[in-house]
Write a protein that binds this ligand. Structure first.
Ligand SMILES: Cc1cc2nc3c(=O)[nH]c(=O)nc-3n(C[C@H](O)[C@H](O)[C@H](O)COP(=O)(O)OP(=O)(O)OC[C@H]3O[C@@H](n4cnc5c(N)ncnc54)[C@H](O)[C@@H]3O)c2cc1C
Length: 364
């Protein structure tokens, strides 16, 4: 069997890896370079207990995806030779208002009941024992043990490197349409038995190709990288923003959410907003110099849930996209789910709520 995967982000590279691991002949087509989209710039926080659809339909997939990651890391590092810079870290969710604190009481109860995690409410003095540089304005925090941080670019490249080590091919090019038996690339047809479309925020193009609605839009996110904080932050901190001290030695401040279409220009306005958020969480961050600023696009659907599974009305075409703010967490699971569907016709991963058919009216 021969499979073409379109898109070299985390979703496409994961699909290529899981297919190649089962001996399937895979060609991944990427028009720029692997990890050139959001998969190469994301913060890389893996927290299955927050985000769209949690609590709700995303809970089972997020939990399984989190477990999958930890099993996957050694396998990928060995096969690709790439250090994922993965670590388990504590997460501190700061509360700055009485409203935040009321919400936190419910959050603690939910997080405490999540298998494999422990959570506790920390009053201000205990917050400062954990991380003395947290703002004195914080009324307390929920502490969650343990989430994970990794380098999303390394993860994506490791998935691809591991797929290559198992025989997958990589082709550079812009896929411009789907044909009855494959895709069109540089005016030529590339044929295959099954096709995976994992084109991130550009997945909306598929609607025209397939004659079904694949409503994926870009949601811009800018991140600041700050240098010179010593000692490193004791944990991942969230509040008005997000501060992650990464293994590259920089503090990553995330992230804006901007509805700007496909415009990825860096803006001084975003830089100001992110700096203000950083200072509200940890005032000493405001004194650091900016080592970098990045911008990229999350793929989002109207209900903010991923789109994973067979394309309605088209045999042997599968979608793996719209992971929104959680693509680094669920990307490997999305890739494995479509690989399972192609190889076995079924998957044990809980992807039913994310079927493309929930949006798709089969067209003419
Ligand atoms: C600021 C920010 C922070 C984030 N932080 C986190 C985080 O901490 N944790 C987390 O879990 N998630 C995070 N995310 C979300 C995550 O980055 C995305 O959900 C994920 O990277 C999407 O991966 P993807 O493979 O679907 O798409 P992409 O990474 O966008 O990859 C799609 C690829 O398809 C290629 N492509 C598109 N069209 C074609 C075509 N026609 N032909 C050939 N190639 C094509 C593109 O060039 C691109 O490389 C963050 C996102 C942003 C923006």
């Amino acid at each position: 069997m021969r499979v073409v995967v379109v898109g070299g982000g985390v979703a496409g590279c994961a699909a290529a890896y899981y297919l190649a691991r089962e001996g399937v002949a895979v060609t991944l087509v990427e028009r720029e370079s692997a990890a050139s989209g959001a998969s190469g710039y994301a913060v890389g926080l893996l927290n299955p207990l927050t985000g769209a659809g949690v609590p709700g339909p995303m809970e089972p997939l997020s939990a399984l995806a989190f477990d999958m990651h930890r099993r996957l890391w050694p396998e990928l590092e060995e096969r690709s030779g790439i250090d994922l810079q993965a670590e388990m870290v504590a997460h501190l969710e700061l509360c700055h208002t009485e409203e935040d604190a009321a919400l936190a009481a419910r959050t603690v109860a939910r997080w405490q009941s999540a298998p494999g995690f422990s959570a506790a409410w920390l009053p201000p003095d205990e917050v400062h024992r954990v991380e003395p540089r947290v703002s004195r304005e914080a009324l307390g925090a929920v502490m969650l043990e343990k989430v994970a941080l990794l380098d999303s670019r390394s993860l994506t490249l490791a998935l691809l490197g591991a797929a290559r080590s198992l025989g997958a091919d990589i082709v550079r090019g812009d896929v411009t349409s789907v044909t009855p038996s494959g895709v069109t690339l540089r005016g030529l047809e590339m044929t295959c038995d099954a096709l995976v479309l994992a084109m991130g925020p550009w997945s909306g193009r598929v609607s025209q190709w397939l004659g079904v609605d694949v409503p994926v839009e870009p949601l811009k996110g800018q991140i600041l990288h700050l240098k010179g904080l010593d000692p490193p932050l004791a944990c991942h901190i969230a509040g008005p923003g997000q501060a992650a001290h990464k293994r590259d030695g920089l503090v990553w401040i995330g992230a804006t959410e901007e509805d700007e279409g496909f415009d990825t220009r860096l803006t001084s306005q975003a830089r100001g907003v992110l700096m203000d958020r950083a200072a509200r969480m940890v005032p000493s961050l405001a004194g650091l110099s900016v080592a970098g600023q990045t911008s990229c696009l999350r793929p989002v659907s109207p209900d903010r849930l991923p789109i994973v599974g067979p394309a309605p009305g088209r045999e042997n075409i599968y979608l793996a996209t719209a992971a929104g703010k959680k693509g680094i967490l669920i990307g490997p699971a999305m890739g494995r789910a479509v690989a399972d569907l192609i190889i076995e016709g079924k998957t044990d991963l809980p992807i039913e709520p994310f079927a493309p058919s929930r949006f798709c009216e089969v067209g003419s």
